[in-house]
Design a protein around this ligand. Structure first.
Ligand SMILES: Cc1cc2nc3c(=O)[nH]c(=O)nc-3n(C[C@H](O)[C@H](O)[C@H](O)COP(=O)(O)OP(=O)(O)OC[C@H]3O[C@@H](n4cnc5c(N)ncnc54)[C@H](O)[C@@H]3O)c2cc1C
Length: 343
């Protein structure tokens, strides 16, 4: 029996009887060894059976049925149109630092934006424009080196600019929504449009871009670029010192030594999720290769050989135990992709 794609939210999701298991391959011809397909008119390859465990920070998950990582906007547009013409499901991937991909992998085409990397710092406006694939950590250091303030908080977040726009990534009481000027997106057919923060219904670690990905009735939006408002004119050594301080503080309080997705659960209004889990006595609790971190209870670590199912079962266990003790159901921040077996 399988569970549909978000098995951890609100009340536990009931297994759907008769849910169709993902076929071994719904697109590739049966009986033939899978070969990369060249996207017509480009040098972009669409590769079959790419292991997503190598592309996510948890280091778990099965293969993408098909995978493309275009380097240009045009190739991204063509990839989307290619999948759309074939009626393939499409999933977007940044640095994979907030994802739990099912051990079964993902059907259809996974489009990764991590190769879309360029930055432009506009000295007149104090705005930086970055491709979706730019590393947020790298951007924070680049801004600091120029003496531009406003991204010091982002230095410990190992995602891309695209992922930050979608997740409303944040830390140290700051977040992406506060500095986003606008973002360029593509729809399912590859047509571009420019969205403003007001279009994205931002709240804590949430945006309408996430809802769109989860709900088939909503239009898909692929983030290709974002412009952020920073404050130039400070001394670089001052901004570098503040950035380093943020990084040190995180390294001292969070476990960066083993694969994880950062915080697993959103913080409820009343208490920090990590505190609730710690007070429930779950620090160090382990299922398979997945363990609730000793250093920070809102982190689940892959201690070696964990499967996505181990991690999901540990997420469920924490939700149930916290609910039993505090009558509070923790909502995951990590995005679950694919189908998961019922425990
Ligand atoms: C050690 C560690 C520490 C972390 N600390 C923090 C923290 O302090 N604060 C915080 O907010 N997060 C934190 N995270 C989580 C994560 O880094 C952020 O959520 C980050 O913004 C995710 O970016 P990504 O590029 O990895 O996105 P992914 O994980 O690849 O994707 C996240 C979601 O965005 C979608 N997506 C990604 N790229 C695009 C795109 N170009 N267009 C459309 N959709 C897209 C995906 O489909 C998915 O739904 C941490 C993670 C780790 C491993």
């Amino acid at each position: 029996m399988t569970l549909s794609h978000d098995p951890t939210t609100a009340a536990p999701v009931q297994p759907k009887l008769g849910y169709r298991a993902m076929p071994e391959s719904s697109f590739l011809p049966l009986g033939q060894p899978p070969q990369p397909i060249r996207l017509p008119g480009t040098d972009c390859l669409i590769k079959p059976k790419v292991p997503l465990s190598t592309l996510t920070s948890y280091r778990v998950g099965g293969p993408a049925e098909l995978y493309a990582a275009p380097r240009t906007l045009e190739d991204l547009q063509l990839s989307l149109a290619w999948a759309n013409d074939r009626g393939l499901p499409v999933t977007f991937l940044g640095a994979g630092s907030n994802l739990l991909v099912s051990d079964r992998g993902l059907p259809g085409l996974v489009i990764c934006t991590r190769r879309l990397r360029y930055t432009h710092f506009d000295e007149e406006t104090g705005q930086v424009t970055a491709g979706a694939g730019v590393s947020l950590v790298r951007l924070a250091w680049q801004a600091a080196e120029r003496g531009w303030q406003g991204l010091e908080w982002a230095v410990g977040i190992p995602g891309t600019v695209g992922g930050a726009v979608v997740m409303n990534a944040g830390a140290h009481h700051s977040c992406t929504a506060e500095i986003l000027v606008n973002t360029n997106v593509l729809n399912r057919s590859g047509e571009p449009s420019l969205l403003l923060p007001a279009d994205l219904r931002y709240s804590y670690r949430s945006s309408s871009l996430q809802t769109a990905a989860a709900n088939k009735d909503q239009p898909l939006r692929l983030v290709t670029e974002a412009t952020l408002q920073l404050q130039p004119g400070a001394r670089p050594d001052t901004v570098l010192a503040a950035t380093t301080e943020h990084l040190d503080q995180r390294r001292n309080t969070q476990p960066y030594h083993l694969p994880s997705c950062g915080s697993v659960f959103r913080n409820p209004a009343s208490h920090k999720a990590g505190w609730l889990i710690e007070q429930t006595g779950l620090k160090g609790y382990q299922i398979g290769g997945a363990q609730i971190a000793q250093r920070h209870a809102n982190f689940i670590l892959n201690c070696g050989g964990a499967t996505a199912s181990d991690i999901l079962n540990l997420i469920r266990h924490a939700q149930e135990q916290v609910d039993r003790r505090w009558s509070l159901w923790l909502e995951p921040e990590v995005k679950m992709l694919g189908e998961f077996q019922a425990a």
